[in-house]
Design a protein around this ligand. Sequence first.
Ligand code: MLT
Length: 324
Amino acid sequence: MSFTRRLLMAGSALLLGIASATAQAFPNKPITMIVPFAAGGPTDIIARIVGEHMSRTLGQTIVIENVAGAGGTTGITRAAKATPDGYTIAMGHMGTHGAAAGLYPNLAYNPQTDFEPIGLAAGTPIVIVARKDFPANNLQEFIKHVQANQKTLNAAHAGVGSVSHITCVLLHSMLKVDVNEIPYRGTGPAINDLVAGKVDYVCDQIVSVSEQVKGGTIKAYGIATPARSPSLPDVPTTTEGGLPEFQVSAWNAVFAPKGTPPDVLAKLRDALVKAVTDPGTRKKLEDLGGVVPDARGASPEALAELVRSENTRWVALLKERVKQ
Ligand code: MLT
């Protein structure tokens, strides 16, 4: 065998050895989980609860990095372009991986093809919440007040394409109103301003508002799901409140960049399933109103299908509902 051929074989063996050692060793340093919104909002809350349990399984810290902007698409773009080695993952959601493609013609990522799905972390029903002195006692009065005062009211959201934006777009189109929209870098800061009475209402995911609703610092007019939430049993459904067509529940899920090695993905997926099936983690999410999947619901196949169907559904819905 020639010297060059022996050198090439030794080189390939070395590379194979390094690749397998890297996978064996994963994770050997902290993992960054990008949250594409400000701290204190639903995506951040879910990422911190689920990430904490995943880090115990993986034996490494999961560092939450809030990369907010453009309705979550700034952070998710960064995740899509990250080195696909498992050390950068992201918590995406119904906005970033469903609706964004319908609102950003130059979106820098394809939600269906630029990621490896890890799995669903939690479903998050939408609740219509308002400042505590909003002059309406129930959903029907809320609707009448919004219709009569649409020019002076402010609805806060987490940026174009965020869940709070698209769900209030849907609500406003059903109520046939044109309300001023105030964008924030996440519903964490938006809810702070709602508590302070600086904005009028928000269509938010239950996990970031249930504690404030229970504490009476904001009011809830309706939960947009077929049944009431055990976390907010006194809040009527939108059907009970006379707006049955407003049905929407969001979701948050973990993604890795396309090309992350299969054995690294297997470890991340195993850690996610262990997190969502852990009784303590489930309780934390359920106490806030989260709808936690079982192992099958948290599978990568289920998430890939969810992204496909939600992407198609929201792009069509927004085409129909958003003013052109
Ligand atoms: C957040 O974490 O702030 C939310 O998920 C934003 C949203 O999409 O409404």
